[in-house]
Design a protein around this ligand. Structure first.
Ligand code: CTP
Ligand code: MG
Length: 250
């Protein structure tokens, strides 16, 4: 697909991470999480427009910290987010110029997204209108009863752990957001809004390295993944970009 718009919600405050503010600017190997995420999308020619959604009042700080970093030369629009992730993505959508026929939404909190995964999602969009990267669950899954009891076990075989970037036809996503707003529905991600309109959503294989930074230990995990000698081209490229950023540092 061509004519893709990218929305990166980065307006969360990071309560679980314990960051005072601006979780997306938390450093991983000296680079903001948001910079890692954005860089992965930098070299896709089909991505024609990019919007980053940031916490209210933090627009200038984000511009200072992100714009013009090495490996981030392409244009990015900074827009102001809302209370919930869904509000932030809605504002990102509203800021799109309309030239994108397809939309990718990717969390700033997933810095290790690889170019290979982005490619997979874009390729899957050729086949269907909405696609999410997902992984079958590894652990057994149980339903909790009243503390401290386990009530029952779920059939893990049909459960998936859903990641970003998620891809959509722009009109389908617009429609899904309008409907969610009209119904007062809040979902955890975009695909959940699309699915509740009975539009089909497909999944493609996610990436176990594409973790979401939620708790402080996730930063250590991301660091370990980067040190782990994985051979993913996207991550390698980002590692190089980080090294270049560091050139000339004292
Ligand atoms: N997000 C957003 N606007 C919000 C809330 C979240 O743009 N009002 C974004 C976050 O910046 C993040 C993504 O949605 O990139 C996933 O959110 P999450 O991991 O929950 O981050 P936070 O909301 O910042 O963390 P917490 O829930 O612990 O406060
Ligand atoms: Mg949150």
């Amino acid at each position: 697909v061509s004519d893709v718009g990218l929305i990166i919600p980065a307006a969360g405050s990071g309560i679980r991470l314990g960051s005072q503010k601006d979780k997306a600017l938390t450093l991983l190997r000296g680079q903001p999480l948001l910079a890692w995420a954005l860089r992965a999308f930098e070299t896709f020619p089909d991505i024609v427009e990019r919007v980053v959604v940031v916490p209210p009042g933090r627009e200038d700080r984000f511009r200072e910290r992100i714009l013009g970093l090495p490996g981030l030369e392409r244009e990015v629009e900074i827009v102001t987010g809302g209370d919930e992730r869904q509000d932030s993505v809605a504002r990102g959508l509203a800021a799109m110029t309309g030239k994108a026929s397809w939309i990718l939404v990717h969390d700033a909190a997933r810095p290790l997204v690889s170019r290979g995964l982005i490619r997979r999602v874009l390729d899957a969009l050729e086949e269907g209108e909405s696609v999410v990267p997902a992984l079958p669950l590894r652990d057994s899954v149980a339903r909790a009863g009243p503390e401290p009891w386990i009530e029952s076990y779920e059939d893990r075989g049909r459960l998936l752990s859903v990641q970003t970037p998620q891809g959509f036809h722009a009109q389908v996503l617009d429609h899904a957001f309008q409907r969610a707003r009209a119904d007062g529905f809040t979902g955890t991600d975009e695909a959940s809004l699309v699915l509740r309109m009975n539009h089909p959503v497909t999944w493609t294989e996610g990436d176990p390295r594409n973790i979401k930074i939620t708790y402080p230990e996730d930063l250590a995990l991301a660091e370990a993944i980067l040190s782990g000698g994985d051979r993913d081209e996207g991550t390698d490229e980002k590692r190089r970009a980080v090294d270049e950023d560091r050139e000339g540092e004292p």
